[in-house]
Design a protein around this ligand. Structure first.
Ligand SMILES: NC(=O)c1ccc[n+]([C@@H]2O[C@H](COP(=O)([O-])OP(=O)(O)OC[C@H]3O[C@@H](n4cnc5c(N)ncnc54)[C@H](OP(=O)(O)O)[C@@H]3O)[C@@H](O)[C@H]2O)c1
Length: 242
């Protein structure tokens, strides 16, 4: 059993979350990834033999008792304490303001903001009880500071994530630091065609799509930078300047 510090990564078995999990494993953490689908076979191969645990759970089913249980599963497995939480899980979905429904609102808010709020609360209470000087990292989006009517609900959740970063940073100081990364397009959606890719490139000042490893690097910088809290670090190729 590991005696390493534990990092929990939500949605940590595929795409950006999978890369964050691997980055934290490389940085010496034991990683517990909470995810709602199957673990991709190639990710199982990459994490075989490492201090990695996948915990299937639907985080949109917001329940404080269940959240505490998920934390205990990770702690019991690794026989250590939670030092890092990366809130990565989200639904990225188009919802036009004029046609979206309350069901769309509930589905997207429950995972993108409500679960981030209450899972972070559960982790913060656990860190506080165990006197851990931990880190909570949120994944926002450059959308959090822009106006996207066609992604109205997603846009609002990410604005909320950026503000929640500051709220938690003030609440949890001085022992727990809270920061966020706000990427622009770094991993296109599955099925994105050439026209979509070109449009995404044109939206950034640097005229390119970002590299998700930049987000992984920034998370490591956040963890190592002890004078940083309440920051939302934008990595969007200058998209928010337009
Ligand atoms: N992709 C980009 O270019 C981009 C740009 C800006 C910001 N971001 C942000 O970066 C993060 C990751 O983006 P991504 O493109 O990798 O997203 P993604 O492919 O949609 O993956 C999101 C992850 O969230 C998990 N998830 C969704 N609903 C869940 C639930 N109810 N319970 C538990 N886990 C759940 C999924 O796990 P399962 O698949 O196992 O269900 C999935 O691994 C998101 O917060 C997104 O808003 C991404």
């Amino acid at each position: 059993m590991a005696e390493k510090k534990i990092a929990i990564v939500t949605g940590g078995v595929r795409r950006l979350g999978g890369l964050i999990s691997l980055g934290l494993l490389n940085a010496g953490y034991a990683v517990a990834a909470i995810h709602n689908g199957l673990v991709p076979a190639e990710f199982e191969v990459k994490t075989k033999g490492l201090d990695f645990l996948s915990i299937p759970a639907d985080l949109s089913d917001v329940n404080q008792t269940r959240y505490s249980e998920l934390i205990e599963i990770a702690k019991h497995h690794f026989k250590s304490d939670i030092h890092v939480l990366v809130n990565n899980a989200a639904i990225i979905e188009e919802t036009d303001f004029l046609t979206c429904t309350p069901a769309d609102w509930d589905r997207i808010f429950s995972i993108n903001l409500k679960s981030v709020f209450f899972f972070s609360q559960a982790v913060a209470l656990d860190m506080t009880k165990n006197e851990i000087s931990g880190n909570i990292v949120l994944i926002s989006d450059t959308a959090g500071s822009l106006t996207w009517p066609h992604y109205s609900i997603y846009n609002l959740t990410k604005t909320g994530v950026s503000q929640l970063t500051r709220i938690m940073a003030k609440t949890l100081a001085p022992f727990i630091r809270v920061n966020a990364v706000a990427p622009g397009t770094i991993i296109p959606f599955e099925g994105a065609d050439d026209a979509w890719m070109e449009a995404a490139r044109q939206r950034s000042v640097l005229k390119k799509i970002g590299n998700p490893e930049d987000v992984v690097k920034l998370i490591r910088v956040i963890l190592e930078t002890e004078f940083m809290t309440g920051s939302v670090l934008t990595v969007d190729g200058g998209r928010s300047l337009i």
